[in-house]
Design a protein around this ligand. Structure first.
Ligand SMILES: [Zn+2]
Length: 93
């Protein structure tokens, strides 16, 4: 049984290697679950509150909307157009 110490050493090396692999494997699996949670995020994003643009009546996610004068807009240009029409109607009246 001359090779027994080598066999034990080999098993120990293999165990250490496997432990290292498990440690390294733990993080990607956690990242995988985070990625799965991140993959679930688009669902929550689609469930986000949609607001109507005061200018062109296009619905946009609240986070992407432009808030000005208590009105929601899909973009800055709509915001500018709206403020222009508001000042026009104000000057008319
Ligand atoms: Zn708009």
């Amino acid at each position: 049984m001359r090779f027994l110490p080598w066999l034990i050493l080999l098993v120990l090396i293999w165990l250490a290697f496997r432990k290292q692999q498990n440690r390294a494997g733990d993080r990607p699996s956690q990242d995988f679950f985070r990625a799965a949670g991140g993959a679930a995020n688009p669902e929550s994003k689609s469930a986000e509150v949609m607001v109507c643009c005061a200018q062109c009546q296009v619905y946009v996610p609240q986070s992407e909307s432009v808030l000005k004068a208590e009105q929601r807009f899909c973009c800055e240009s709509c915001c500018d157009k709206y403020s222009q029409t508001q000042t026009q109607t104000q000057s008319k009246s």
